[in-house]
Design a binder for this molecule. Sequence first.
Ligand code: GRF
Length: 212
Amino acid sequence: MTRYLIAPALPSQPYPFNPPLKLGILASGSGSNMEAIARAIADGELNASIQALIYNNPEAGVAERAKRLDIPAVLLNHRVFESRETLDKHIIQTLQKYQVEWVIMAGWMRRVTQVLINAFPNRILNIHPSLLPSFPGMRAVEQALAAGVKLSGCTVHFVELAVDSGPIVIQAAVPVLPDDTPKTLQARIQVQEHRIFPAAIALAAAEAYSET
Ligand code: GRF
């Protein structure tokens, strides 16, 4: 599979952040990206700590992973909040309580509001399973298959208000094979997500701190 990979070389040495980056993860799903980030930290590839996980879906597999990885997990079920802004205010309070500096949307299936963006300016990253700006929004993998593209991939980008928009940090491309299903293409994309997300966090932070 790697022979098809089209992606920038990733840094071989971790950036020497001192103190380590304090990450807060927002996730709604299985949490494989959170685990990839945790593994990169444990392996010394990313100098960071995951301060907390916030998840919005009580059934999400990410909660189990957080338990196993010893990451504090907070459920903020979007259904109990009256508006997106109210949810975001609770997210901010939780992130501040855990002293989070960088917000990592690792499969967060909620639209964010300006309230959250203003609280963490240029400090929110998202991963999306397409080569943005193609196929933003839900069901990106299905959309790519329906469009008949021959290459797809994943994108890590800074978060702006419009869904899946904002400056791109890293992308990786994978082939779309003739017999692909959403499941097989998603799996091929996820291998690359797990590879580029920790690197993108390091790159974004290195650039942000070099500017200050
Ligand atoms: C990823 O494919 C990501 O691109 C999308 O949601 C999925 C989350 O997967 N935004 P996981 O929960 O990290 O396994």
